[in-house]
Design a protein around this ligand. Sequence first.
Ligand code: OAD
Length: 264
Amino acid sequence: MNWKSALFLNLYFVRVLVLTGAGVSAESGIPTFRGKDGYWRNLDPTKLAAPEAFARDPQLVWDWYLERRQRIRHAQPNAAHEAIARLAHHADEFLLVTQNVDDLHARAGIPAEKMVQIHGDIFVTRCSSCDFWYLGRGGLPEPPGGGRLRSIAPTFDDHVDLPRCPDCNALMRPGVVWFGEQLPWNEVQRVENFLDRGACDVVIVAGTTATFGYIVDWALRASRNGADLIEVNPEETPLSRFATRLLREPAAIALPRIVHELIT
Ligand code: OAD
């Protein structure tokens, strides 16, 4: 008996891992990193999302993140985010690992305990030197309660003051993982714990180029016992050759259909 029939007869415990990337938010109007819309002021996003870029020109990097925050605040979850949230509610054990720093999965209804934002959260602002951080959905790097943040004087009229840490006076930065930086240890542990507790029945990888080894590794480890490994991506990726099912379609089209198949 396969897991779908067993599930139907309530004999089975279903574990699902979903890995997502920028392509899942593309249809909400958020440009992907490596897509043709990704460039900002003629700059390559993969170069802006880097500690060297922040060291060289923190104002430029903040401007880019402020625009991205604004776009995300005005965006709505699409049918792909909603389908994944439906799956999260139906599976016995579920984990979403997203590389997206937007909040569209959360706004579609995935609870925090079922989601790992492995590249951080764009609405977090944290100190570039110490552990101080805060979360806020405002457009500017706004001060936390009590106005503890100090800022340096603006150099141009149209520039936002760069916020400084109230504890150590270093520059504050967006709370995201940049190229070459370590992944957040606690979040990696959450993924590892989920994988250690057992193999999955279904693994879905959607909207990511899967350029990072850990994404490929997690997808393969989760599907090690013959799980369905479903890839949703209009283009080929390093994971495509391992997939048991390839859907070369936009995520907002393919995911509602797959989730409907899985839960009915
Ligand atoms: P990318 O921008 O590299 O890739 C987007 C992927 O989505 C590509 O494989 C596209 O083919 C696919 N895609 C585009 N539109 C789609 C759609 N409508 N439906 C489904 N798929 C679609 O984004 P990621 O793979 O997420 O990291 O990039 C991973 C990481 O690289 C980001 O988190 C960021 C970036 O640099 C850091 O900043 C560390």
